[in-house]
Design a protein around this ligand. Structure first.
Ligand code: IVH
Length: 699
């Protein structure tokens, strides 16, 4: 008899903090039970997975530390974590849960323990997606589907045979007259989720908060006037005739051959791995596919493939020892909605945006999320003060999928959608799902053109507010690219603008075509980027073409660009693509002088900015960190920073020990004093201006 293995870390209890008092421990158990009940009952208001896992981990850690406190039927020790719905179909064998690991170290520890239990290395593993849905057991007799039951409390579940008949992937008849039981997950694909919510709201219902709740609710609904589509993927098979000696992968292939959809047959596939190093690679590959699957997975499941290994390892009361779930960071969390902002986009699109308390979602701190459109917002009845579900799926901007109605503050008020366009005060076009200012692009055109023409952007002299308003009112310009189509004749028709001024303006517009990419970017007003971020992007990518082709991951290689900013920049650039295309067609410089285009740099071409002997480079060729304080003759603050970069340095706004040089001009204040205090190298502003002039003359 092998010794009782120390396997089955129920959750990540090793890292969890035990509760200090027995009362806190018992209160946590109540919360876990309540959440588990609503989870198994398919209610909309379950606790999010990560919070649930963390709470259960603390309960487990407390039980290890304080065995005297352990309550009977602790959720840390019971299949289904207590509180389940006990229905009327008894399972042929208990429907177990899975132990979880959260990183490579825990995975290695799990595999090492399995090897110890077996007394030899496991013969091999499979890796398959962990579907985020509801477990069911489906019995076929002579090839006909006769009974489908939910997991319930693990020992018995609810009969859902009638509702399960239309599930894609779970055929009413197998290809052969086999008597067998398949187990797997019922879930809703992202597309079906969108359709289910449309159906539900069209029938006057409240939309589901997420696909998992939608699947659970639909599966358990009895007499619904409409059918929301569900899907099934099998992950286990029991009593397959002739299947006793089969590996897991072979048994799954056999039921796929009978017509049942399996996790391995899904877009995610199933990998076979010899050891942990291979497992790590397979998990990463599956993780990379996560956003492209079209359905939610919350991790992968690793299983010993060989039947001998499974038999030898056995199961605890809660989970098999031969399998483990490797959980991905949760992509749905909860947070508090602190405000709803109404944004008007460049095209006049009016959208509600949620401002939320910072929350980590899928490893990223999120502070704002889309609420999609007003119809959706009003239907979901999301209110300021609500605890809301925040979901982040890959590259897309995070979204609010619903509110926890049972946590709504008593004094909350419904959100009032705007009556008029919040930017121009004009009428709103509500004929489509997505509302627009009736003026379309013209709404806000003056504002964005002024930004484009400003001194720190394209620096177009003579294009002030009045002229811009006149151009917009005359319908001559709606976006920045239209400026380059103007001619003296047309412009001189404008009120109070003579021919000479018109000619000057056109000449200035023409010469702005030579401005570097960084200024074009600044002028386009890409959200979450200002002047210095625009310069950083321009220097990193070198050309607009490379910048627009960059993936969110590539954008994140730029200093100070995190996932939220990267996703916003990518979405903004996609929205700006038509204007950028027009600018390119009109011959505007869309490259950053002196920077190797990104693609060539990636391919190893030298960056000319590195090759030349720039005055603000250190001996090792890296840029000096330079702070400009006070005014530099002839330059704005932005131009001063641009000059630093042109001379090979890196501009910074604050003085610290790491600053290499401080340029001090008229009006300098505390930064100059601090530089002296720290004994930093100081350069007077005129000397800096001379350095710049000499460099420009030489290059
Ligand atoms: S195997 C005895 N494989 O995850 C082993 N489970 O957190 C039973 N799940 O109760 C589970 N995808 O409902 C297995 N590919 C997969 C799965 C999977 C999703 C669910 C299943 C299980 C839960 C445990």
């Amino acid at each position: 008899m092998p010794a009782e293995p120390e396997i089955a870390p129920v959750v990540d209890a090793a890292h969890a903090q035990p509760f200090d008092t027995a009362d806190d421990y018992r209160a946590a158990i109540e919360r876990v039970r309540a959440a588990a009940s609503s989870y198994y009952a398919g209610a909309d208001l379950a606790m999010d997975d990560a919070t649930y896992d963390a709470l259960l981990a603390r309960v487990t850690a407390t039980e290890a530390a304080q065995p005297g406190w352990v309550v009977a039927d602790s959720p840390a020790d019971v299949v289904g974590a207590g509180g389940g719905v006990t229905g009327d179909v008894e399972h042929s064998t208990p429907m177990l849960s899975l132990a979880n690991v959260f990183d490579e170290e825990e995975l290695r520890a799990w595999a090492a323990r399995l090897d110890r239990v077996l007394g030899r290395p496991a013969a091999g593993y499979t890796v398959e997606p962990k579907i985020d849905g509801m477990a069911i057991a489906a019995r076929y007799v002579d090839g006909a589907l006769v009974q489908v039951a939910t997991r319930g409390d693990g020992r018995a579940g609810e009969d859902v045979t009638a509702q399960a008949r239309a599930i894609a992937g779970l055929p009413a008849r197998l290809a052969e007259p086999v008597t067998v039981e398949v187990r797997g997950e019922v879930f809703m694909t992202d597309d079906d989720f969108a359709r289910a919510n449309e159906l539900r709201t069209a029938h006057g219902g409240r939309p589901f908060a997420n696909p998992r709740n939608a699947a659970a609710g639909t599966l358990r609904a009895q007499d619904r006037a409409y059918v929301a589509p569900l899907s099934f993927l099998a992950y286990a098979v029991h009593d397959l005739p002739g299947g006793e000696g089969l590996t897991h992968s072979a048994a799954m292939a056999a039921i796929a051959g009978l017509g049942v959809s399996t996790t391995g047959g899904s877009a995610a596939g199933m990998a076979s791995c010899a050891g942990v190093d291979e497992l790590v690679g397979a998990i990463a590959s599956l993780g990379a596919l996560r956003d492209k699957l079209g359905f939610d997975i919350d991790g992968v499941v690793i299983k010993a493939d060989s039947p001998a290994d499974r038999d030898a390892a056995g199961s605890s009361s809660r989970a098999p020892r031969w399998a483990v779930a490797y959980k991905f960071p949760a992509d749905t969390r909860t947070s508090r909605l602190v405000g709803i902002e109404v944004q008007v986009g460049r095209t006049g699109l009016i959208t509600p945006v949620a401002v939320i308390e910072p929350v980590q979602v899928g490893g990223v701190v999120v502070t704002s999320a889309t609420l999609h459109n007003f119809g959706d917002l009003v239907r979901r009845d999301v209110r300021v003060g609500d605890t809301v579900f925040v979901r982040r799926a890959g590259e897309v901007i995070p979204e609010i999928t619903g509110a926890k109605l049972d946590e709504r503050p008593a004094d909350s008020v419904p959100f009032a959608a705007p009556e008029v366009c919040p930017r121009c005060g004009g009428a709103i076009d509500r004929s489509q799902k997505r509302w627009r200012c009736a003026q379309g692009r013209a709404c806000g055109a003056a504002e964005s053109l002024a930004y484009f023409a400003a001194r720190d952007s394209m620096d177009i002299e003579g294009l002030g507010d009045k002229v811009i308003r006149a151009l917009v009112a005359a319908g001559m310009v709606t976006d920045p690219a239209d400026l380059y189509d103007l001619d003296v004749e047309a412009v001189s028709q404008l009120e109070r603008l003579g021919r000479t001024s018109a000619a000057k303006l056109i000449a200035n517009i023409e010469s702005s075509k030579r401005q570097p990419l960084s200024r074009v970017l600044t002028g386009l007003g890409v959200r979450m980027t200002g002047r210095s971020m625009s310069r950083r992007l321009a220097r990193h990518f070198g050309s607009m073409e490379a910048l627009c082709a960059a993936t969110v991951e590539q954008l994140q290689q730029v200093e100070a660009v995190g996932p939220e900013r990267a996703a916003t920049i990518a979405a903004e650039l996609a929205e700006l693509a038509p204007v950028i295309g027009k600018l390119a067609a009109r011959g505007i410089t869309l490259v950053e002088p002196g920077v190797t285009p990104f693609a060539e740099a990636e391919a190893g071409a030298p960056d000319p900015a590195d090759a030349v002997d720039l005055p603000l480079r250190k001996e090792d060729g890296s840029p000096m960190t330079v702070v400009v304080t006070g005014s530099v003759p002839g330059l704005t603050r932005n131009e001063g920073n641009e000059a630093v970069e042109r001379l090979g340095g890196k501009s910074s706004g604050s003085v610290s020990k790491r600053t290499d040089l401080v340029v001090v001009g008229d009006g300098a204040g505390s930064k100059a004093a601090k530089a002296e205090e720290l004994g930093l190298r100081i350069m007077p502003a005129d000397e800096f201006a001379e350095l710049l002039a000499a460099h420009v003359a030489a290059s």
